[in-house]
Design a protein around this ligand. Structure first.
Ligand code: FE
Ligand code: FE
Ligand code: FE
Length: 166
């Protein structure tokens, strides 16, 4: 058995961090969908919930190709970002576009955290020679980037303008 470098340990810790984050997003996204005003944003959250469930399985596959058991370590950042989403829901009125605008703030902060994490994980997987893991991590990275773009489209096509009139 090869000895694990410090970088490999860091890589594994970061995988545990994002695994915690994704599993908690599976719990948070239905609440965000429920809170959304527009059908488009509700649908976007519901769709991303399905994608996120697959991302959890994909992370389990990453642990598996590394010969590790999947395990989670609390991600303080995602915990805080989910708390922010809940605060925004509490601070905005139901059935308003201001609510949707706030939800998009929260959701894009989440996506950007994920993009940063998966980008770094992919780069480190490559440098460690873990090609299969890198490929899996890249798939999720692309999904998070697409979600971020979809949220921007929703915000800029009608949410922000309608919120401005409230
Ligand atoms: Fe994700
Ligand atoms: Fe984290
Ligand atoms: Fe995401």
């Amino acid at each position: 058995m090869e000895t694990e470098s410090k970088l490999y340990q860091l890589f594994e810790d970061e995988l545990k961090d994002i695994y915690w984050a994704e599993t908690h997003l599976v719990k948070a996204l239905p609440k965000m969908a429920e809170a959304a005003t527009s059908e488009q944003l509700k649908k976007a959250f519901e769709k991303h919930l399905e994608v996120t469930q697959k991302q959890v399985s994909r992370l389990e596959e990453v642990f598996s190709v590394l010969g590790k058991k999947a395990s989670a370590k609390k991600c303080e950042a995602m915990s805080g970002l989910i708390e922010e989403a809940n605060t925004i829901i509490g601070d905005t009125e139901k059935d308003t576009m201001t609510r949707d605008c706030g939800l998009i703030f929260a959701a894009q902060k989440v996506e950007h955290y994920e993009i940063a994490t998966y980008g770094c994980l992919k780069a480190v997987a490559n440098i460690l020679g873990e090609k299969e893991a890198a490929e899996l991590l890249n798939q999720t990275l692309q999904e998070e980037k697409n979600t971020d773009v979809e949220l921007t489209v929703i915000a800029e096509s009608f949410v922000n303008q309608e919120a401005e009139k409230e």
